[in-house]
Design a protein around this ligand. Structure first.
Ligand code: ADE
Length: 390
């Protein structure tokens, strides 16, 4: 199998939107990891523009602790992201193998994680799904964070459609993200890094429960049990990062100023910006690549995927009195999409709204055409989307 100059090899991982494969450059023999995204799925979710923006942003990230995106191209049905190949596996496996890491190693990796995360934050890019599965380790034992900027994509979804869905493993999600009340991307990434640090140093999760609702309650309370056998500095930084209140949580400046963090710290220097400028312009190019993978477009998703794709971050209903999200209301119905759309259309038309329908989506609009309102302020727009479950 070939994609342009790359010979495709074994699968390295699989996500909801496609696979990651090992590849070799035919001329140089250099190894790359190619992420293959399924355009049908992206189009079906109407996130194509967002994905393009995110990929363009990812191309700007050039840091020794961030997986580099070298090149992007596309065929009619796939998008290929040519990534730096990181050959030491996932941080998750490294921890699992050893049980836990030593304080010294945990601190070194945490320092690298902070360097990667603060570099991306300074560029205005937030990860939103930091967890040991997308922190990779290179041959020298240094970390490389993958998928920075690709927050639209559900990552690492396994076949069961559960745990590893959009929000990934919920154990790493900050309380304010769970509450879906609007949050500072930087502080919520820092929370996830705090969970990763806890896992590195103890081999356990700070918040865990088989029952997802109980797990969410534990995260919201934020009372992680910090083992007394940890060094006092490590206990202190963990307590201050795993603060459920983002306002009082240790921020990047606070972490960098913390005595425990400062020990044996050698900051990583970002790469030169003009290095590697022979590679693309950040846009997606349609090339003549043959489709090397074929998977059916999704017209149907199962209920778990649906929860994973859209509602797992919006748990306000669990914790607030009958208070549904202001922006989105989701419900389950036994009626067919056709009859649901017919019903919405007839009610909306009866109430004097305009109705627009296109590809599985229905928009209800009431335009305020006052001359004093040239920009359409006051326009009401409601869109309804129906997802089929198996
Ligand atoms: N799995 C996912 N992305 C990868 C990468 N860049 N290198 C190695 N394995 C990966």
């Amino acid at each position: 199998m070939r994609m342009g100059k790359y010979e495709m090899g074994r699968a390295l991982g699989e996500g909801h939107f496609g696979k990651v494969r090992l590849a070799r450059h035919a001329d140089t023999g250099a190894a790359f990891a190619i992420k293959i995204l399924d355009r049908h799925r992206i189009l079906a979710m109407k996130i194509d523009d967002q994905i393009k923006r995110e990929i363009a942003t990812m191309k700007l990230l050039k840091h020794p602790n961030v997986v580099r995106l070298h090149e992007v191209s596309a065929s009619k049905t796939k998008i290929y992201m040519v990534l730096e190949y990181v050959n030491g596996g996932e941080l998750f496996d490294k921890i699992a193998l050893k049980g836990k890491l030593s304080e010294k190693e945990g601190r070194k990796l945490f320092q690298q994680l902070m360097d990667a995360v603060s570099y991306c934050h300074e560029k205005g890019v937030y990860h939103r799904d930091l967890k040991p599965e997308n922190v990779l380790v290179d041959a020298k034992g240094n970390i490389k964070v993958s998928d920075f900027g690709l927050s639209t994509l559900p990552q690492n979804q396994r076949k069961d459609g559960l745990l590893h869905t959009t929000c990934g493993s919920p154990n790493y999600i900050a309380p304010e993200v769970l509450l879906n009340r609007g949050y500072d991307g930087s502080l919520s990434d820092i929370w996830s890094c705090g969970v990763i640090l806890y896992v590195m140093l103890t081999g356990n999760l700070p918040f865990d429960d088989q029952n997802t609702v109980v797990l969410y309650q534990k995260i919201l309370k934020g009372d992680a049990r910090i083992p007394k056998w940890l060094a006092p500095g490590a206990q202190d930084i963990l307590r201050k990062i795993l603060d459920p209140n983002p306002v009082t949580r240790l921020d990047m400046t606070g972490i960098r100023a913390h005595d425990w963090f400062k020990q044996d710290y050698t900051p990583a220097l970002p790469f030169d910006d003009d290095e590697d400028n022979n590679i693309g312009d950040g846009n997606l190019h349609m090339t003549e690549h043959q489709d090397i993978e074929s998977s059916p477009a999704i017209s149907q998703i199962n209920a778990f995927q649906l929860i994973g794709m859209s509602s797992c971050l919006d748990l306000s209903g669990f914790f607030e009195k009958e208070d549904v999200s202001e922006r989105k209301i989701r419900f389950v119905s036994n009626y067919s999409p056709t009859s649901l759309f017919e019903k919405i259309e007839s009610v909306a038309t009866e109430k004097g709204f305009q109705v627009q329908k296109n590809s599985g989506k229905l928009k209800v609009i009431q335009v305020c055409n006052e001359p004093a309102n040239p920009r359409g302020h006051g326009t009401l727009l409601i869109s309804a989307e129906v997802f089929l479950s198996h």
